[in-house]
Design a protein around this ligand. Sequence first.
Ligand SMILES: *[C@@H]1O[C@H](CO)[C@@H](O)[C@H](O)[C@H]1NC(C)=O
Ligand SMILES: *[C@@H]1O[C@H](CO)[C@@H](O)[C@H](O)[C@H]1NC(C)=O
Length: 309
Amino acid sequence: MSAAPSASKPKPLPFYAQFTAGAIAGVTELLCLYPLDVVKTRMQLQTKAPVPGQDHYANMMDAFRKIIKSEGPSRLYRGLVPPLMLEAPKRAVKFAANGSWGAFYRKQFGVNEMTQSLSVLTGCSAGATESVVVVPFELVKIRLQDRAQAHLYKGPMDVVGKIIKADGLLGLYAGMESTFWRHVLWNGGYFGCIFQVKALLSKPNGKAEELRNNFISGSIGGFVGTALNTPADVVKSRIQNTPKVAGQVPKYNWTFPSIALIAREEGFGALYKGFTPKVLRLAPGGGVLLLVVEVVLSQFRTFLGPQYQ
Ligand SMILES: *[C@@H]1O[C@H](CO)[C@@H](O)[C@H](O)[C@H]1NC(C)=O
Ligand SMILES: *[C@@H]1O[C@H](CO)[C@@H](O)[C@H](O)[C@H]1NC(C)=O
């Protein structure tokens, strides 16, 4: 279309291919990792001493086995649909935005290949794009989950309608700043690490090694992204839980000053509350995401022809 046809320079895959790959990867990741959440919750809820007539789980594997045996495998997927509706579009936007921003920056800076710093910049920009999509979803979720407010709304669309009516379109973006940083940091870490780790790993020799390399670099990316963004996530919860008092400056307001405040008042560790369960989900999740995205994209390359990179 815009570029002159040339046989040697490969074109980036079209937007819809990256979007589809991200959506399929998001669904796959959730199908793989959702049962872990169910099992984790069961383990957290069970008391130390076995209760007569109830399965007692010795460890995670034991819990998996016993749930499948006495309640059937479908129990591991109960309540899956709401997170699926949120996660699949989020992942689709993440990977499609990464692809589009990468093409944009390469053109702006006049380079053909991605570099380390360009991957971080591209990842951060994809995170910023993702946060624009995520914020209204999250706001609706919080309003519907909050017991004090839930009776005010008939459903998700009713929340959207009432917020827009009361506060305008910008009302949907309340609390945007900390969400913005949360996604910028995660995606900058994720996509930046993937580039770096892939460069460090030996060139894959065959399909199996390629899958393995993608899983490893995606998992490390997920780990680093989570390590970078957890403080912003902690601050986001604080900001959203601080009631607004008219005429009074809220205690937790902008993200970075709030991070400094929490570190000063409660110590550095307070910024990493909830890190372990989060990273146990998001690091392997990042690996599965990248693995599936690359498999789907290579299908698109086969299908669309060799001019695509
Ligand atoms: C992110 O985008 C860049 C630039 O388009 C691309 O080279 C890279 O492979 C993408 N990363 C993933 C994980 O899809
Ligand atoms: C921070 O506080 C000021 C008022 O003190 C307010 O106008 C502003 O919107 C707040 N920012 C955030 C991100 O809540």
